[in-house]
Design a protein around this ligand. Structure first.
Ligand code: 7TS
Length: 415
């Protein structure tokens, strides 16, 4: 393995703790990842040595904090292959980044009859903002469906993206199925019809090499907390001309150039979209998480997760009564495995696993329409990251077998 998990695990203090007397097996990385010591140190360093408000002060601390905050913007731009730091706006999370586009771009440029193309595998955060906009503006929503392998139906891509399409907003990687979508092709088709493309990168940016210029997406939204970074920091990438023509999302301090009693003018991009005091400490620390991932190499992160998924699917498939969702091929999916065990509710399964020290997620994963499409109310989900190792599947399988025994489903060892 290109990723040395034994060495990496030493960098994550939380992995040393026990849960219910068992070593922690953390398989809920699609929800949020754990934090390396360098990230924790970066937060402590900010608050213990250069805490100050940015962009306004002329004193040394304010200059240091401003410098680090803006340096992180450059680090983020480099990480996703953006042409310039001004292509990066800091928000609170993916959800806020998508809402920013819906408000600042959608409200300004969309009118009745325009179409937005989404998909049936979207996270609620890439559905609800568009539903609200659609109601307000009379915009029509269309949905690319999935096939039995959990991939976009090709015909739907061709059928739905057409001359009326103004925006295609889809997830790069599904948080439930793990599906990695053909977003490069989708962008090409959208652009042929003059439509823009927003990628929900909440799951892809942490797990795959992502280059916005190669993908040619117009917007990309993601969250720091899913990529070893702190909570409370999101990113919105956009092409410069889009940020220029969009109206501000929130009004207040920092985002203005000149304010008069009756009207105001706006600050330059990207500050036009960062009203008020931002999450300075967390943004500054975020660069430590990105440096850590860059040090590992995103190609290696991806290769590690392909191996983990292959092994995970192999082990799970040996357990009688298990249904696994998502693409057959590990190359077509990220480090996420959603599954169900016959006659056992995923919440019950999650509770039994928790008593084995294994943290998974159970529920609808903020993708209720997808649950309907899969004809289930919920799934259990194991999701991986750089510190997970194949040995951890032993505890997962043991816990599932214990749940099967408890709830009287047939069982058989799955090694
Ligand atoms: N989009 C996708 C694809 C996601 O997986 C998530 C979070 C979001 C958007 C929203 O991110 P946030 O940082 O704004 O909350 N997904 C999950 C999950 O799968 N379990 O918990 C959160």
């Amino acid at each position: 393995m290109a990723i040395e998990t034994k060495r990496i695990r030493e960098d994550f203090p939380i992995l040393k703790r026990e849960v219910h007397g068992k070593p922690l097996v953390y398989l809920d990385n699609a929800a949020t990842t754990q934090k390396p010591q360098v990230l924790i140190d970066a937060l402590v360093e900010y608050y213990s040595s250069y805490n100050a408000n940015i962009h306004r002060g002329i004193h040394a601390l304010a200059e240091e904090a401003t410098g680090k905050y803006e340096a992180t913007r450059q680090t983020v731009a480099d990480f996703i292959g953006a042409p310039d730091a001004s292509n990066i706006v800091f928000t609170r999370n993916t959800t806020e980044s998508i809402n920013l586009v819906a408000h600042a771009w959608g409200r300004k440029f969309l009118t009745a009859g325009d179409e937005i193309v989404l998909s049936t595998m979207e996270h609620h955060s890439n559905l609800v903002p568009w539903q609200t906009l659609a109601k307000e503006k009379g915009v029509v929503l269309r949905f690319i469906d999935i096939d039995d392998d959990g991939q976009f139906v090709q015909d739907d891509i061709e059928r739905h993206i057409g001359p009326k399409t103004k925006l295609v907003a889809v997830t790069h990687m599904s948080n439930v199925l793990g599906t990695i979508n053909p977003v490069r092709e989708i962008a090409e088709r959208a652009h042929q019809h003059g439509a823009l493309v927003l990628l929900d990168g909440a799951q892809s940016v942490p797990h795959l090499p992502v280059n916005v210029q190669e993908l040619d997406c117009d917007f990309l939204a993601f969250s720091a907390h899913k990529m070893l970074g702190p909570t409370g920091v999101g990113v919105l990438y956009a092409k410069r001309e889009l940020f220029e023509e969009m109206d501000p999302f929130l009004g207040g301090g920092e985002m203005i150039r000149r304010v008069q009693l009756e009207e105001s003018t706006w600050n330059d991009v990207p500050w036009k979209f960062e009203a008020g005091t931002p999450n300075i400490g967390d943004v500054c620390a975020f660069s430590a998480a990105i440096d850590y991932l860059s040090g590992l190499g995103m190609e290696n992160v991806r290769a590690h997760e392909i191996e983990m998924v292959q092994e995970g699917v192999r082990r799970l498939a040996n357990v009688p009564g298990i249904t696994i969702y998502g693409p057959e091929s590990a190359e077509r999916r990220g480090g996420v495995i959603s599954f169900n065990l016959d006659n056992v509710h995923p919440h019950d399964l999650g509770t039994v696993l928790d008593h084995h020290g294994v943290a998974i997620r159970a529920g609808h994963h903020c993708a209720q329409p997808l649950m309907g499409r899969l004809d289930v109310v919920a799934t259990a989900r194991a999701s991986f990251y750089v510190y997970n190792e194949k040995e951890e599947f032993d505890a997962l399988i043991e816990g599932i077998e214990a749940a099967a025994r408890l709830f009287r489903a047939p069982v058989h060892t799955g090694a």
